[in-house]
Design a protein around this ligand. Sequence first.
Ligand code: NAD
Length: 358
Amino acid sequence: MHEPAATTTFALDRVTAAVTEIFVRAGSSPGEAGIVARNLVDAEATGHASHGLCQVPIYLNSLALDHLQPDRHARILRDEPPFLVVDGDFGYGQVIAREAADLAIARAKTKGATILAIRNAHHIGRVGSYGEQAIRAGLAAVFFVNVVSRPQQAPFGGIRPRLGTNPICVALPATPAHPPLLLDFATSAVAANKCRVAMNRGEEMDDGQLIGPRGEATRAPSVMFSEPTGAILPFGGHKGSGLALVCEILGGVIAAGLPSLPANLRPGRIVNNVLAFVFDPARIADGDWTGLADEVYGYVAGTPPAHGVERVLLPGDPERGNRLHAARTGLKIAPETLSALRTAATGQGFDLDTLLAD
Ligand code: NAD
């Protein structure tokens, strides 16, 4: 393992401006480029670098391969409350999922609930950002997402990758004593890009996360980038594996008719399909549910912490803390990500450092 190179810190708005410029030059309207850039910068700020700036070259590659179409919008295919089905036409996932979530939220505000299907969105990034849209509207939301790209996750008991990292997100609005709850994770033991980040830094993964091509346990992230590839194990054994399969059926089969089967894979293509439930908890609970939720949050967060743990956190706490820290101190960008951004900017005809320094 080699010593990782130092990270560099930049003001959030400078990074957002520089990334916006990359996407404008790559064919997006300034509005779209800004939405994508803000989403990636925010993912980085919340502590999920795997879904942040390292995605920029991946998206540029998707554009070059014609797997990603600029300036597409969520196109309504069916609007029969409670059902809402939208097609993303392979536009930027950050735009498609954001618009689709807004449409679902507007309907859930009046009708109480929306069952939203999003099909054919390019990578939507951090799913939690759409949960946060529901939270801002005072609503709850549950997302099941499939990933149509080279399979990365082995099902429980298997030794070859057959599933995507298929994320799940549950979002609940703030209660009087607690901030919003935001559970948002891949159903694989780690998100796939965390292996790339570790490989670039010369780091190993934790035990129990990866297997090599013959099913042997390994900590080397490089197994995910060689042929034949290894696989990421599901989190929680059969439980994560079952949830990944549920994402595949709900998002891939039912919402989109595009599961991650070999016939649907194209080199360099990444598609996310989503089945989401957006609803007003107040339309279900008897009376005010928030006080009772606070009791539960307080009871759980008040658990005596284990040795070496400062306090028991609730889902959403780490991201909130990281985001506040980044707003105060600036965004730390890993050297390999910065170098990839420089290359991306040069490819689009401008000097990244000039914009970062402005
Ligand atoms: P992760 O393993 O870091 O887990 C994050 C979740 O766990 C969050 O809800 C967080 O608040 C909670 N959490 C973390 N530490 C905690 C603690 N100490 N106590 C209590 N809760 C804690 O996430 P991940 O699996 O690496 O996923 C990262 C991101 O990748 C997510 O935003 C996910 O949506 C995204 N993702 C996207 C895709 C896609 O195709 N678009 C695929 C996979 C993952």
